[in-house]
Design a protein around this ligand. Structure first.
Ligand SMILES: Cc1ncc(COP(=O)(O)O)c(C=O)c1O
Length: 374
């Protein structure tokens, strides 16, 4: 990330808490559909940029949310009891070990604020999710980015980084990883967690777990008190707009996280929606099946176009394209939003969320005509 110290900041007597905050670039979200319509006057927009669920969400969620609309004058249950109970039944994790967040980004932030101080180091992988360096720098801590191995986490090198930096307090691992879609085996992760000191908190980010059930590392929680699993309702559950995530941890870790989080960090609409979403696992099965079919279709199209891609275990795929920034722009102008990856140092790659059949067809047709100057 580029340092972004503006002249205005340089001249100002106001200084941020830590210099490392100046190294942060604001989080770049996928371009919202409304923005594209405003900027380019394109009305028929396909958004394949933020790994949202193209099917939407379970109809049960819509019903549950509607019921809450007459109650908006009242604060939500600050403890989120019913959602925690539902999550406890679903994950077989004790209710005291669950922390709710306003999306899982909220939990990544709460984790860093609870455990990491300016003297500490945080280890994460090159091409790991961009929020890990962000929350590290927000705490004034030292971020240690370990070079990736074939676009995925190099756990041996990460273990070595922890050993070389005895002030390491936290390790972030996304499995499957965003933006590369790579996956780690349970055996490798188990070995990694067993090899780091128990004073190092290992945060396993399972935002895409529903797309890759074999990546589920829930079993590690029974063995290691220094493991936290963070998940979200934003992806397969189709509730990105509601902002709900959860963390599974030891009771001691959950106790700390609950001291730091805002009292009402999940809304009453969010709580009710998430309970309903969790109760409709047939929706998740349909989502997974559609994603698998469409992923295979996209892979074939990329092969036919002669484009290399990284095998993905989630609901997006990273494709290698020369002049990716120009191609991104050309797609945008034709109403197709994908994700450029220059902020990850992946200048020749685009990340494309797997859509429903008609979205993917539109993407491939548009891409083909751009590549062939048709
Ligand atoms: C790996 C990973 N973790 C966490 C998040 C945060 O998602 P949310 O805050 O919507 O739960 C994302 C979103 O893109 C992600 O890709």
């Amino acid at each position: 990330m580029q340092p972004t110290k503006s002249t205005e900041l340089e001249l100002s007597p106001l200084t941020p808490a830590y210099d490392s905050i100046l190294e942060l670039a604001p989080y770049q979200t996928g371009k919202p559909v409304e923005e594209l319509t405003r900027e380019y006057g394109v009305s028929d927009v396909v958004k394949l940029a933020s790994n949202e669920n193209p099917i939407g969400c379970s109809p049960q969620v819509t019903l549950a949310i509607t019921e809450q609309l007459g109650k908006l004058a009242r604060y939500p249950d600050g403890n989120g009891h019913y959602l925690k109970q539902a999550l406890s039944d679903f994950t077989d994790v004790n209710i005291e070990c669950i922390t709710l967040g306003n999306g899982s980004n909220d939990l990544l932030d709460i984790l860093a604020r609870s455990f990491v101080s300016a003297d500490d180091a945080v280890v994460y992988s090159q091409y790991g999710f961009i929020v890990y360096p962000m929350v590290t720098k927000m705490q004034g801590a030292t971020g240690i980015e370990v070079p990736a191995q074939r676009f995925g986490h190099d756990l041996d090198a990460m273990r070595q980084a922890v050993e070389d930096n005895p002030n390491t307090k936290m390790v972030f691992i996304a499995n499957p990883n965003n933006p590369t879609g790579t996956q780690l085996q349970h055996r490798e992760l188990h070995k990694f967690v067993a090899s780091v000191p128990s004073s190092v908190l290992v945060v396993l980010d399972e935002a895409y777990i529903e797309y890759s059930p074999e990546s589920n590392n829930r079993a590690l929680l029974d063995k290691f008190n220094n493991v936290v699993i963070v998940r979200t309702f934003s992806k397969a559950y189709g509730l990105a707009g509601l902002r709900i995530g959860y963390a599974l941890s030891s009771t001691a870790v959950a106790d700390l996280l609950n001291r730091i989080r805002q009292p009402f960090n999940v809304s009453r609409v969010g709580l009710a929606g998430a309970v309903a979403a969790l109760g409709d696992q047939s929706f998740i099965e349909e989502t997974r099946k559609t994603n698998q079919e469409q992923m295979r279709w996209l892979e074939k199209q990329f092969d036919a176009l002669g484009l290399a891609f990284i095998k993905s275990h989630a609901n997006f795929i990273m494709v290698e394209i020369e002049d990716a920034a120009d191609i991104y722009q050309a797609l945008l102008e034709q109403g197709v939003i994908v994700r450029p990856l220059a902020s990850y140092g992946l200048d020749n790659w685009l990340r494309i969320t797997v859509g429903i059949a008609e979205d993917n067809l539109r993407l491939i047709d548009t891409l083909r005509s751009i590549l062939t100057n048709d």
